[in-house]
Every structure is written in structure tokens, then in C-alpha cells.
Design a protein around this ligand. Structure first.
Ligand code: NAP
Ligand code: FE
Length: 335
């Protein structure tokens, strides 16, 4: 089997040792070359490792980056083409190798989803991919593996959990049961994220639970406009994924409050943030300062960001009339 991890997360979290103990006596190879927001080239290098080691199972240990990389490697180990072609719609010739996941952040929910996100560095683009064969065959969610996260990582990944729940709740693809679960996750994040950032174990345990539950929400409802608008902030400015979502969240909610056809749902979200003084105050209280100009984003880049966003399929499950001009407006208001 092949373990896929990043240079530090597998070791710092204790996840790599834990998996090695469980797999003692079997042929285990480790590919630890995964960077944050894994590139196409990394996934292809991982394929070579999978083929050399004749892996029959790929285990991702880490945050979303190693878990998604494990999924990409499992796909390419069974399919000979370049990753780019599959991302552009070429059907898989064979199902991916089975994947198992061991999360070390409380963020992406990749341990339960059929999704993987890769970065096309040449085209400066993040590409989301979904295939039923990428549902992990099993995952081990052990909150203790998240205890080594530094405070900022707890907050950034926790805000990814919050936005997964919030976007899947608003999504056109959601339905009653999913709505209920999403609201339950939002409540759990609001109750626990601050304490989790202060490294209180019980709160970190609840965030691990919320992260996996939010993963289940996005299996059903997906993420919508906010996530795809956040991708360029990561690709162009290296903003961590969860933080990128958070920086756009206040103005995204303004847009939904004004233009969406789920205003009752937006009002319900507003009621969650009201005791915190509103969403912006909630973020500030976590130490997150919104304002894209702080990270160097310039007005003349916004059209390029919008061009990259409008072509993504998640636009179609966003319950609002989304145009390129409106996307630019949301970015501009977030400067
Ligand atoms: P990540 O990119 O996997 O990890 C960020 C950094 O966290 C790592 O480089 C590592 O830093 C550190 N780290 C991880 N676990 C740690 C631990 N337990 N203790 C100490 N440090 C730890 O972050 P992520 O936010 O979990 O994943 C983001 C990726 O997932 C993005 O590519 C995003 O697009 C994707 N995503 C996927 C889905 C899905 O459904 N598949 C959903 C949302 C997002 P060091 O190496 O410096 O230690
Ligand atoms: Fe996310």
C-alpha cells in the first residue's frame, strides 16, 4: 500500500506512526512529496510511486492536500493518461484504486467526500474533480491527530468547515435533511472554534466531528459561489484555503441577502451571527481581518478572477442570478 502525506503533517500529527503501527508487517511505501494545494505534477509523481510500489490501496494522511492527492494518485495509478485530460472531461478507463483517509486537520471533510481539488500551476487555476470511485473505502477520524495544529491552522481550517456548511445549506442542491445537518454544523463551529483555537481538547474534538459532518453536507449540497471565488486568492496570493473563503464571506452574504431567492435562509444565517455582532465581527474576534487589499489584491486583477470563477459548474447551484459583473462587484466590495 502507498501512504500519501506531506513533509510535516504526517509526522507532527502522529498520523504516520499510528498508521505504520496498524499496518505492521505489510509492504508500506510512503510518498511524502505533497505540497499545500497539490499540483498536477505532484499527482503524476505520486502515480510513479504507486506503480513502483505496486500499491493496491492508497492512504492519505494529512489535511485536504494529502487526502486529495491520495485520491488523484489512486486515479492515475489505474489510468494511464495525464491528469489534465481527466480534469478536462476524459472519462476514466478504470476505477481508481481504493483510497482510505486519515485527516489531521478539521477542515475539508475530504475523508468522506468523492471530491479532490488540484492546482493547475500553468493555467493558475484550481480544479475540483468528483468521481464516485473517490469515496474513501474507509477513513479514521481521530481528533487527537489534530492536536498538533497551530492556532492559525485551527482557525483557517475551521472556517472551511463553517463555509462548507453554510454554502451547502444555501445550495440549490440541498434539501431538508441536509439543511438540518448544515445548521447543526454551523452551531457546532460557532460554539467550538474559538476554544479549539485555544487548543481545548474537547472543542478540538467537536471541530473534528463538525468537519466530517460538513463533508457529508457537501456530498449532498456541494459548495457554491463563495468557494470558487476564493480559489484565485489561493492561486494568485497563496492565501490558505479556509482563510480565502472567510475573506470573501461578509460581502458574499451581502450579495445573497440582496439578490438570492433564498432570503429566508440567509436571514436564518444572519441570526446565527447576530449574538457575535454579525459575521464580520465574528471573524475579527477570531483574529481574521477581512480586506483583500491587505494581502495585495489590486482592482485591475478582479476581472481575471471573475473570468476564472464564472466558468465553474458551482455557479449553477448558487441560488442567485450570478454574472461576471456581479462577481467583480463582490470582489471589489471585499477589497
Ligand atoms: P492542507 O493544505 O492539507 O495543510 C496545510 C498545512 O497544515 C500543511 O502543509 C501542514 O503544514 C499543516 N498540518 C496539517 N495537519 C497538521 C497537524 N495535525 N499539525 C500541524 N500541522 C499540520 O490544509 P487543508 O486546509 O486541510 O486542505 C486544503 C486543501 O484541501 C486545498 O487544496 C483545498 O482546495 C482542498 N479541499 C478539498 C475538499 C474536498 O472535499 N476534497 C474540500 C475543501 C477543500 P506543515 O507542512 O508546515 O506542517
Ligand atoms: Fe473547502
Amino acid at each position: 500500500m502507498l501512504i500519501v502525506t506531506d513533509p510535516a503533517a504526517g509526522v507532527k500529527s502522529g498520523g504516520l506512526d499510528a498508521v505504520r503501527r496498524q499496518t505492521d508487517g505489510r509492504d508500506v511505501f510512503v510518498f511524502d512529496g505533497v505540497e499545500e494545494n497539490p499540483s498536477f505534477a505532484t499527482i503524476e509523481a505520486g502515480r510513479d510511486a504507486a506503480l513502483r510500489s505496486r500499491a493496491e490501496l492508497v492512504i492519505g494522511i494529512g489535511g485536504g492536500s494529502p487526502m486529495d492527492a491520495a485520491k488523484g494518485i489512486a486515479m492515475l495509478a489505474a489510468n494511464k493518461g495525464p491528469l489534465r485530460e481527466y480534469m478536462q472531461g476524459r472519462p476514466l478507463e478504470a476505477p481508481p484504486l481504493p483510497v482510505a483517509c486519515v485527516p489531521t486537520t478539521s477542515g475539508t471533510g475530504s475523508e468522506v467526500t468523492p471530491y479532490a481539488v488540484f492546482t493547475d500551476r500553468d493555467q493558475r487555476n484550481k480544479v475540483g474533480y468528483s468521481h464516485p470511485g473517490l469515496f474513501p473505502v474507509f477513513s479514521v477520524v481521530d481528533p487527537e491527530l489534530t492536536y498538533s495544529m497551530p492556532e492559525a491552522l485551527v482557525i483557517h481550517t475551521g472556517l472551511d468547515v463553517l463555509t462548507h456548511a453554510l454554502e451547502s445549506y444555501l445550495s440549490e442542491a440541498s434539501f431538508g435533511l441536509n439543511d438540518a445537518m448544515a445548521l447543526h454544523v454551523i452551531e457546532a463551529v460557532l460554539e467550538n472554534l474559538k476554544a479549539a483555537a485555544a487548543k481545548e481538547p474537547q472543542a478540538m474534538d467537536r471541530m473534528a466531528y463538525a468537519s466530517t459532518a460538513a463533508g457529508i453536507c457537501i456530498i449532498h449540497g456541494g459548495t457554491i459561489l463563495l468557494h470558487i471565488m476564493a480559489y484565485p486568492l489561493t492561486v494568485f496570493y497563496g492565501v490558505p484555503h479556509g482563510l480565502a473563503n472567510a475573506l470573501l464571506l461578509p460581502r458574499f452574504l451581502d450579495f445573497m441577502r440582496e439578490k438570492s431567492w433564498v432570503k429566508d435562509k440567509v436571514a436564518r444565517l444572519d441570526r446565527f451571527f447576530a449574538p457575535e455582532g454579525g459575521v464580520e465581527a465574528y471573524l475579527e474576534n477570531l483574529g481574521v481581518q477581512t480586506g483583500l487589499s491587505r494581502i495585495g489584491v489590486k482592482e485591475d486583477e478582479l476581472a481575471i478572477f471573475a473570468e476564472k470563477t464564472i466558468v465553474k459548474s458551482d455557479v449553477h447551484i448558487t441560488p442567485a442570478p450570478v454574472t461576471e459583473a456581479e462577481i467583480v462587484d463582490i470582489y471589489r466590495a471585499s477589497l
